[in-house]
Design a protein. Structure first.
Lengths: 149, 149
DNA sequence: GCTTGACCTCAAGTTGACTTGAATTCGTAG
DNA sequence: CTACGAATTCAAGTCAACTTGAGGTCAAGC
């Protein structure tokens, strides 16, 4: 099974080498050996990284994600817990759907000030009720701009 | 029309006074006057803050949000642009849906290692294809724990 | 008229997720 | 065998979005 060095992993995933080193540092991924100085990764790391990207997208912190997978990258969560995560995401989907509808309404509504429009306020209230129903959500820090240099 | 001071706004929205001051500092909301030292807010700020919360939830930065509303809080975006934002959110919904399905599958799949399961990989690939289709998304920084200690 | 508590300002600190830079080390192609 | 480029380490820097702390100011109630 061919080993990859960090540049290849970076190229394949769009994640910068510096980020990959950081991920390794915090134990999110692991390199299997060294070729000289160079880290060698097994191809399965690509899959793990997909999973990580997905988790980040869903608003989980790297810490959360590290908690979801064992250090080997195999999901190490009990099934009920996974279902719970899925439910949380479904919640989030509901909120975003409300937001999308609100925006679509704003785009179509002829009222001059949306803050006055009853439909708008209804949508807004619905969205916020969803939100406050779950007390607190963490969203991870910004990452912009792929492509090193 | 009754004015609110910062503590009342905080109580009504769950946003800490310090955050509200920060929002005012960056021009996201505005207080209308002072009572002694104390900022006085108009009730409409509550609605604006709902909007802001919603935008944050959807993954927009405060900067993005500030760009979406005029300093008075009235949405100041062209309709096509609003539609575009709505479409972006729809994208995000799709991604989250894929993630949710992936998790649900993981919870139900009897395979010992999901990294081997073809269904899993298919879901994963689908999710990642969606993701890379839009090159780059910003997600805002973490906020946990309401309630000023 | 004085205390009290909510508010004020301003500077500095925090957290998460990386990035950047400088100085160094390899392995490979020529 | 030497130069090159890709990788290395480590410390420090960055960014967004706030929070914290110190020290100060009011207005209202007793």
């Amino acid at each position: 099974m061919k080993r990859l060095d960090i540049g290849e992993v970076a190229a394949a995933t769009g994640i910068r080498p510096s980020a990959l080193r950081y991920y390794e540092e915090i134990g999110l991924i692991a390199s299997v050996s060294r070729h000289g100085l160079r880290r060698q990764f097994e191809p399965r790391v690509l899959l793990q990284l997909k999973l990580i990207a997905l988790g980040r997208m869903a608003g989980f912190s790297l810490d959360d994600i590290a908690g979801m997978f064992g250090s080997d990258g195999v999901p190490a969560l009990s099934r009920p817990l996974i279902r719970q995560k899925a439910d949380e995401i479904e919640q989030q989907i509901g909120e975003l759907t409300a937001l999308r509808d609100t925006l679509r309404h704003v785009a179509d509504c002829p009222a001059p000030s949306h803050l006055e429009c009853p439909t708008f306020r209804r949508l807004l209230d619905a969205a916020v009720r969803r939100e406050t129903a779950r007390t607190s959500r963490r969203v991870p820090a910004g990452s912009r701009g792929q492509g090193e240099a």
